[in-house]
Design a protein around this ligand. Structure first.
Ligand code: LLP
Length: 429
C-alpha cells in the first residue's frame, strides 16, 4: 500500500479533496488525519480478492487488527464493509461493540487473557479464542463451564519461521513468547479435544509485522496445513485456518507484496489442499491485517515551532513528539516528512524533534527540507500504530483525530485537555 490519498495539488498537500493546511487551521496540531477512501480501498483489496476464490466450501473472513488503529469511527466504517475484528484485550472488544461491530466475527489473540476478559468475550459469544498456552486453555475451559457455555477455540501455533522483520515485531520464532511450540501442537490439541467446555474449531499463526515478502507467510501456511492433516488423522477436524496479519506497507521506498497477489497464493494453496484432503468440508480462511489497512490511510500533522542549530547540527522542533508517534523512538522507524506547503527556498538537513524531555524524542533524522518556523509538516504513513500507541507522557493531551471523506472533514476524536488527563486521579484526604 502506498499513500496515494495524500498527494500534492500544486504546492499544497491534500487529503482526498481537502487541503491539509485548512484542516490544521480548523482543528489545531498535532492532529491525526485519515482518509476514508484509503481505509475502504485497503480493506476491499482483502475482501474482493477473497471473494474471487469463494466456493460453497471455501469461505473467508478478514478480521481487522484493532490494535493498529482503534478509533471507533474507523472500526464502524470497516464493520459496515463486513470486516471481522482481531482483538487483544477486553478493552478492544468493548470498542468493537461500541462501534457496532459483530462480536460473532471477533477473534481474540494474545498471551495474557485475564479471567474478566475471557468472561466478557464469552458473554458476547465471540467467534473464537486464539489460545496461546495450555494454562490459558484450562482457564477458558473452566470459565466457560462456570457460565454454562462452550468456548470456540483455535491454537496459535508458533511455526518457527523467520519473518525477516524488526526483532520487536517478529513473533513466529521459537525464541518468541507467542503461540504453542510447533512440536507440542498435536498433544495440545489432543488435550483440548478432551475438554468439556471448549470446541476446537481452528488453527492460527501470526509470524510478524511489516513483512515485505510473502515467502515466510507461505512457509508458515504450509507448516500449518501439514498440522491440519496430522490432526485430521487423529480425528480432530478443523474448520478454519487463520494465517494472521503482517503484510507491510511503503514507508520510504519498500515494495511490499501486493495484497491481491499474496491472497491469491494463499487461496491457491488452500484450494489445492482442500481438493485432495477434505473436498466435502467447509473451510474458512482468515486474515488479521492491521498495518496494510490503516498504515497508509493516515498521517500526523505537526507545526514547526522553532528552528535551532546546536554545534552545527540543525534541529526543527515541532509540536508533535514521541508521545504522539512513538514508532521512531521505539523502533527507529522511518516516516516520510512532507511540508504541507512547499517552499522554493534552499533546503537544509534537519533532525526533526518533539518537545519532550528525552533525547530519544525524535520523529525523523537527516531530512532535507526547506522550512520556516510556523510551517506545517506531515508525518506520512502514520495511520497504523500511531494514535493507538500514543501516551500522555509529559501530561500532553493526545492528538485529535479527523476522518476526511471527499470534501468533508469529520472530527472523530477531540483533543484531550489537561483535565481529561488527570480526571481519574484523586487527592489524598
Ligand atoms: N494478529 C496478531 C496476533 C498480531 O499480534 C498483530 C500485530 C496483527 C495481527 C496485525 O499485524 P499487522 O498486519 O499490522 O502487521 N507496533 C508495531 C507493530 C506491532 C505489531 C503487533 N502485532 C509497529 O509500530 O510497527
Amino acid at each position: 500500500m502506498t499513500e496515494r490519498y495524500f498527494a500534492y495539488k500544486g504546492n499544497v498537500l491534500m487529503v482526498e479533496d481537502v487541503a491539509l493546511d485548512a484542516i490544521a487551521e480548523q482543528f489545531g496540531t498535532p492532529l491525526y488525519v485519515y482518509s476514508r477512501a484509503a481505509f475502504t480501498d485497503h480493506l476491499s483489496q482483502y475482501v474482493t480478492t477473497a471473494e474471487k476464490y469463494r466456493t460453497a466450501n471455501l469461505q473467508s473472513l478478514t478480521c481487522y487488527s484493532v490494535k493498529s488503529n482503534s478509533n471507533i469511527a474507523i472500526l464502524n466504517l470497516l464493520a459496515e464493509q463486513g470486516a471481522g475484528f482481531d482483538i487483544v484485550s477486553g478493552g478492544e472488544l468493548s470498542r468493537v461493540i461500541a462501534a457496532g461491530g459483530d462480536p460473532h466475527k471477533v477473534i481474540y489473540s494474545g498471551v495474557g487473557k485475564t479471567p474478566s476478559e475471557i468472561r466478557l468475550s464469552l458473554e458476547y459469544d465471540i467467534l473464537c479464542f486464539n489460545v496461546e498456552s495450555l494454562s490459558e486453555l484450562k482457564r477458558i475451559n473452566r470459565i466457560a463451564g462456570e457460565m454454562g457455555k462452550k468456548a470456540r477455540i483455535s491454537f496459535r501455533v508458533n511455526p518457527d519461521v523467520d519473518a525477516k522483520t524488526h526483532p520487536y515485531i517478529s513473533t513466529g520464532l521459537k525464541k518468541n513468547k507467542f503461540g504453542i511450540p510447533f512440536e507440542e501442537v498435536l498433544s495440545t490439541y489432543a488435550e483440548a479435544d478432551a475438554l468439556e467446555n471448549v470446541e476446537v474449531i481452528g488453527i492460527d499463526c501470526h509470524i510478524g509485522s511489516q513483512l515485505l515478502d510473502d515467502a515466510p507467510l507461505l512457509e508458515a501456511l504450509d507448516k500449518v496445513i501439514n498440522l491440519v492433516n496430522q490432526l485430521e488423522e487423529k480425528g480432530i477436524k478443523l474448520s478454519h485456518i487463520d494465517i494472521g496479519g503482517g503484510i507491510g506497507i511503503t514507508y520510504a521506498d519498500e515494495q511490499p507484496v501486493a495484497v491481491p497477489d499474496y491472497l491469491s497464493r494463499v487461496f491457491a494453496r488452500i484450494a489445492e489442499w482442500q481438493k485432495d484432503y477434505c473436498p466435502d468440508r467447509q473451510i474458512t480462511v482468515m486474515f488479521e491485517p492491521g498495518r496494510s489497512i490503516s498504515g497508509n490511510a493516515g498521517i500526523l500533522l505537526g507545526r514547526l515551532q522553532y528552528l535551532k542549530t546546536n554545534s552545527g547540527k540543525h534541529f526543527a522542533v515541532v509540536d508533535a513528539g514521541m508521545n504522539d508517534l512513538m514508532r521512531p523512538s521505539l523502533y527507529e522507524a522511518y516516516h516520510g516528512v512532507k511540508p504541507v506547503i512547499k517552499r522554493s527556498s534552499p533546503a537544509k538537513a534537519y533532525e526533526i524533534v518533539g518537545p519532550i524531555c528525552e533525547s530519544g524524542d525524535w520523529l525523523a533524522r537527516d531530512r532535507e527540507l526547506a522550512v520556516e518556523e510556523g510551517d506545517l509538516l506531515a508525518f506520512m504513513s502514520a495511520g497504523a500504530y500511531g494514535m493507538s500507541m500514543a501516551s500522555n507522557y509529559n501530561t500532553r493531551g493526545r492528538p485529535a483525530e479527523v476522518l476526511v471523506d471527499g470534501q468533508e472533514v469529520h472530527l472523530i476524536r477531540r483533543r484531550e485537555t489537561p483535565e481529561d488527563i488527570f480526571a481519574l486521579e484523586t487527592l489524598v484526604p
